[in-house]
Design a protein around this ligand. Structure first.
Ligand code: WT7
Length: 658
């Protein structure tokens, strides 16, 4: 974010007080901050008491060996039991857990908690029959269909850690995750619906299993849901249909309690190197904070609210705020398969009106794209049921916040701007809807029980009105436990920078305003945020360099009015490739798509003769960002060869919009 935007943000002086009625009946009130500050462990122990434990813990937090935390040490619980069975036992078996809305209009299914219990039990029995035991890793590559949730919960029911890979990732990306995770079984579907057309998934799984197998890891079984009815290639020794094995399985399954620190799932996310990191979350602490924050930040009233989070289950938001948090709280929620604007641009608003959604959680990039379409489309739908709106994934511009509140929320609804990460597992910094007077663009303050600071390079807290790096200063229940199979990388990535202070380094820049409220500004490392999706510059550079015509590549995230940031690539071709041919940009962009997935496709590729480097050979991305954002190029005095930026800027470079 530029200095100009920054100072605009800090001159933002609109405030939105919580509605009086909401404040009076809020689940969490202002006293929670002090209570948690006085006894942080006691506060989290009380949050853990909201769950059902088969065996109570002996100790709330073991931080004797930082940065390796253990929460609710010695406790035992079953996640699926907490998300499903206990609600049925409490007499809520007839409550709808999921209003599933398929993309094809009219394709719907309501699933009660009792039905969910049957489905999850059947899926658990089926996984066992396929040889999955406690501790065996399962990979999930599925569209937004109920079976995806059944599978996740079935895994937790039998203590099998899962990794869900976003359906938009390529076969290559899936293959490397299957291999790294050593998945024994992969659960997928023939395909899903995307903009009215069936879009295949199974072929990517076949290819991915081949990639994993060539890298030395073979998958035992592939379990396939029939969703679209597309033809699929079939391997009789590995492939089984869901409707054969799950439908035939018993709906009786007794959940077993697992240790609080039993691995629950791994979520791969981009870091600053080419290899994605497998972020490990465990059982008791994760479920405690996912469930508590969902109840706290959205002021959830499970008897009356209808909740909808538009994220995909392939991201952490889908894990914590579609599956684990909401279901642990016994919520009724909408699960939507498709894109926001299919078959028409008001589809989301129609889903809200039809299901009388009361709490809605989405991303700034979606809000900005609706904003461009104007208020006429949402105005046609009755959205008076809404009472709370949430935002996640990237900084929300004040204008988008105000539009969201006004046009979607009818000026009644608080907007909670929730800051967190794959690594934090749950929301960390956010307003409380019944307490906080919200400022558009600010995530405000750490939640009760969470401590954060904005610090200098040396780890000193900055003064009010100044900026620095965002750190978390004490452990929290849903924190990542390590990077799957790589403890050293866990230490180096998050804990080395502020080793002396023992702070977790989040990788974000932030500003503390005159009131002490926090404004998260975005990544300070080589990680980009495109439409709320996290991408690594190095990962895309590696993908480009793996193309036979490419000698060298540098990727930067440039500001983009729609997607927050956009991928811009600077590429040096190999000599034998000549000028690359007239389709070079498309060729390279398609290559990135097959290597990583459509989300990583560059907005723009520039063919350049050289890259700006320091004398020690480090690429000066700052200068490339200037070019990508069409600004005057900044200070070049540390460049090894000063003429390079002239070459690039003077249009000797071929710029190719895709
Ligand atoms: C990064 C984490 C949290 C789930 C979705 C993304 C950015 C996230 C906000 C926010 C400003 C935000 C940060 C963070 N981010 N929420 N409310 N305001 N920035 O999870 O892929 O792990 O990305 O998203 O840069 O570090 P993720």
């Amino acid at each position: 974010m530029t200095e100009q935007t920054l100072s605009n943000l800090l001159h933002e002086n609109r405030r939105f007080e919580p509605p009086a009625e909401l404040a009076a009946a809020a689940n969490v009130k202002a006293d929670a901050y002090d209570a948690a500050a006085t006894d942080r462990e006691g506060f989290w122990a009380a949050a853990a008491e909201r769950l059902s434990w088969a065996k109570k813990w002996d100790r709330v937090l073991d931080w004797d060996n930082p940065p390796f935390a253990k929460w609710f040490v010695g406790g035992q619980l079953n996640v699926a039991y907490n998300c499903v069975d206990r609600h049925v036992e409490a007499g809520h078996g007839d409550r709808v857990a999921i209003h599933w809305v398929g993309e094809p209009v009219g394709d719907k299914r309501d699933i009660t908690y009792r039905e969910l219990q049957d489905e999850v039990s059947k899926a658990a029995n089926a996984l066992i029959s396929l040889g999955v035991g406690t501790g065996d890793p399962v990979a999930i590559y599925m569209p937004m269909i109920p079976e995806a949730i059944f599978t996740m919960l079935a895994c937790t029911r039998i203590g099998a850690p899962h990794t869900v890979v976003f359906g938009g990732f390529s076969a290559e990306a899936l293959g490397s995750r299957i291999e790294d995770f050593k998945a024994k079984v992969v659960v997928t579907s023939d395909g899903g619906y995307r903009r009215g057309a069936p879009s295949p998934l199974k072929p990517a799984v076949d290819e991915a299993c081949g990639i994993a197998s060539r890298a030395g890891h073979s998958v035992d079984k592939v379990l396939v849901v029939r969703r679209t009815g597309q033809d699929v290639a079939w391997n009789d020794s590995t492939d089984v249909w869901w409707h054969d094995v799950v439908d035939a399985a018993s709906s009786e399954h007794t959940p077993e309690a697992f240790d609080s620190e039993h691995p629950l799932f791994v979520m791969y996310t981009s870091g600053t190197t080419g290899k994605p990191k497998g972020i490990l979350h465990t059982t008791g602490g994760y479920l405690t904070q996912a469930a508590y924050t969902h109840w706290e930040v959205f002021d959830l009233k499970p008897e009356t609210d209808v909740y909808w989070c538009t994220a995909d289950i392939g991201w952490i938001t889908g894990h914590s705020y579609i599956v684990y948090g909401p279901l642990a709280n016994g919520v009724t929620q909408v699960l939507y398969e498709g894109t926001p604007d299919f078959p028409e641009r008001g589809r989301w608003w129609q889903v809200i009106a039809e299901n009388k959604v009361t709490i809605f959680y989405t991303a700034p990039t979606a809000i900005r794209s609706f904003m461009k379409q104007g208020h006429e489309i949402p105005d046609k739908h009755d959205m008076s049921s809404l009472r709370i709106l949430g935002s996640v994934g990237e900084p929300i511009n004040p204008e988008a916040y105000v539009w969201y509140r006004h046009v979607i929320g009818g000026d009644r609804t608080p907007v909670v701007d929730t800051w967190w990460q794959t690594e934090t597992g749950a929301i960390m910094i956010s307003p409380l809807p019944g307490v906080t007077a919200g400022k558009p663009g600010s995530a405000m303050t750490p939640l009760p029980g969470i401590t954060a600071e904005v610090v200098t390079d040396e780890g000193q807290p900055v003064d009010k009105g100044s900026g620095g790096y965002l750190v978390l200063t004490s452990p929290w229940p849903s924190m990542l436990r390590t990077i799957w199979g790589d403890d050293q990388r866990y230490i180096d990535t998050y804990w080395a920078r502020y080793r002396d202070q023992g702070y977790y380094f989040a990788g974000d820049g932030a500003k503390k305003d005159e009131d002490g409220d926090l404004w998260v500004l975005g990544r300070v490392d080589d990680v980009m945020n495109v439409s709320g999706h996290r991408l690594s510059t190095t990962e895309i550079e590696s993908a480009l360099v793996s193309h036979p015509k490419v000698a060298e590549a540098a990727v930067v995230g440039a500001n983009d009015p729609d997607t927050g940031q956009a991928v811009v690539a600077f590429v040096i071709l190999r000599e034998e490739a000549g000028d690359g041919g007239e389709n070079i940009a498309k060729e390279l962009s398609d290559h990135v798509r097959t290597q990583i997935g459509p989300i990583a496709k560059p907005r723009q590729i520039m063919i350049v003769p050289e890259l700006p480097k320091t004398r020690s050979g480090k690429i000066m991305r700052r200068l490339l960002r200037d070019v990508a954002e069409k600004r005057e190029v900044g200070d070049t005095t540390t460049l090894a060869d000063q003429s390079i930026m002239d070459l690039i800027s003077a249009g000797q470079a071929t710029s190719t919009e895709d």
